[in-house]
Design a protein around this ligand. Structure first.
Ligand SMILES: C[C@@](CO)(OP(=O)(O)O)[C@H](O)COP(=O)(O)OP(=O)(O)OC[C@H]1O[C@@H](n2ccc(N)nc2=O)[C@H](O)[C@@H]1O
Ligand SMILES: Nc1ncnc2c1ncn2[C@@H]1O[C@H](COP(=O)(O)OP(=O)(O)O)[C@@H](O)[C@H]1O
Length: 413
């Protein structure tokens, strides 16, 4: 027997990059949303004296060894369960590799669920989430599905009330954006900004000078040195108002979700903030005012139409919705154009919202109707066909996938 699982993808509805942490990762506040687009992961497992894992796939760029996320997940899960088995994994890739749609991460989560079903044995919910976080920051979200708030380095996940099922067009240009490289570019940009703000040394000032490069990696020194001193750590510049804005929104949004941590089995789990797992509101004492709206109004909107409320309360307003756009668009200018086409601002049936997903290169647009979505898909496709830039773009028509459907349809027939 074997178990076949739909390995769904995600987009990031909003993403704010925070400071570099001592472990080298960046703080992240993001709102993930799972999509109907998926790969298929099939696992066959038989208990045996020694563990042997093998992996096949239809995609030439997907690793077939211990570098594969699904392989790593299976290996670690078996070790955690204390089970030895012969495991065959097959990944039918339909999603782009390195697209910012979390496809590799989803494959890992899918392999875990399929393996557990094959063995008839499962890890406890919190163990699962911890293991998922070890494989990658993007993996735990796929153990929840639907709309998911991501905190920490993105691995601390909070289930959000589901958005209404919404039409979505995903455009994936044929450029792979490496996630670590995109974070590095972000840091370099912040460091350059900090350097340009630093006051020039006076000619007779021979004391030791602080450089931005010296001071990355900790708390702000503004308090120590006094305001206006001009020495600001590069990392502090990455945690500006955009993060606050998204965090405020997240808190408001999360107040509508379950008051305590929720396990996949419906039991309350250990949900202490700061642990890998499902966390509670990270700052329950904090007042939940939203900019420009009374709290009651905002909550009514959220209850009525969560997606509309998201757009109205901040994520979709002017300015950056995904911090990575600031570094990825200058590198690949055609992506900005594709985003505009997805948005279709001056047209009837323009997008509710459009943005880069994760570190890219996937871009997405959300639409009120299938007709609007199809028109956007057509817009992007025809401009690609007529362009001589040589960047191919795959354009997918799909829908957002609420949590209940995510689980109902996970195990493919
Ligand atoms: C940034 C996101 C947004 O969803 O990018 P996409 O991959 O979806 O584009 C994800 O969090 C990616 O998650 P995932 O792909 O699992 O990344 P990981 O394996 O955990 O980390 C890969 C590398 O990215 C960098 N990294 C990742 C997450 C984070 N919060 N800070 C980081 O600095 C680190 O250099 C790390 O070594
Ligand atoms: N199961 C997998 N599917 C796809 N890529 C994988 C997988 N396991 C490891 N990788 C590696 O991870 C990298 C990022 O893959 P992917 O998850 O598709 O990107 P993203 O997180 O941007 O959506 C790829 O370059 C690939 O070499």
């Amino acid at each position: 027997m074997s178990t076949r699982v739909r390995s769904y993808s995600k987009i990031n509805l909003g993403l704010a990059i925070g400071p570099t942490r001592p472990d080298g990762f960046h703080g992240l506040t993001t709102l993930y949303q799972t999509l109907d687009l998926h790969d298929l992961v099939t696992v066959t497992a038989k208990r045996a004296g020694t563990t042997r894992i093998s992996l096949t796939t239809n995609h030439p760029f997907v690793p077939r060894d211990g570098r594969n996320t699904a392989w790593r997940m299976v290996e670690r899960c078996l070790a955690r369960l204390g089970v030895a088995a012969v495991v065959e994994i097959h990944i039918e890739k339909r999603l782009p590799v390195q697209g910012g749609m979390g496809a590799g991460s989803a494959n890992a989560a899918a392999a875990l669920l399929a393996l557990e079903k094959e063995l008839g044995e499962a890890l406890p919910g919190v163990e699962r989430l911890k293991l998922a976080a070890e494989i990658g920051s993007d993996v735990p979200l796929f153990l929840l599905g639907g709309a998911v708030l991501g905190l920490g380095r993105g691995e601390q996940v909070v289930p959000m009330p589901d958005l209404p099922k919404t039409w979505c067009v995903v455009a994936v240009p044929s450029v792979g954006v490496s996630t670590p490289a995109a974070f590095k570019d972000w840091d370099a940009r912040r460091a350059a900004e900090a350097a340009s703000r630093e006051p020039r040394p006076k000619a007779n000032d021979s004391g030791p000078q602080k450089s931005v490069g010296d001071v990355v990696g900790g708390e702000s020194e503004e308090g120590e040195l006094g305001e206006g001193h001009g020495v600001t750590r590069a990392v502090d510049l990455t945690s500006g108002p955009r993060v606050d804005k998204l965090q405020e929104l997240s808190l408001a949004y999360s107040s509508l979700s379950t008051p305590t941590g929720v396990s996949l089995k419906g039991k309350t789990e250990d949900s202490r903030p700061g642990t890998s797992g499902i966390v509670r509101d990270p700052n329950p004492e904090k007042k939940r005012d939203l900019p420009g709206e009374s709290q009651a109004d905002a909550m009514n909107d959220l209850a009525e139409n969560t997606l509309l409320a998201l757009v109205r309360t901040g994520i979709g307003s002017d300015g950056l919705q995904n911090d990575f756009e600031e570094v990825v668009f200058p590198q690949y200018p055609s992506l900005r154009i594709t985003k505009r086409q997805l948005m279709g601002s001056d047209l009837d049936g323009s997008a509710i919202y459009a943005a880069l997903s994760g570190s890219g290169s996937a871009l997405f647009g959300l639409y009120w109707s299938e007709r609007d979505a199809k028109a956007a898909q057509q817009r992007v496709q025809s401009s690609v066909d007529s362009s001589d830039e040589g960047i191919a773009v795959q354009v997918f028509l799909t829908e957002t996938l609420p949590r209940s459907e995510y689980w109902d349809r996970m195990f493919a027939e």
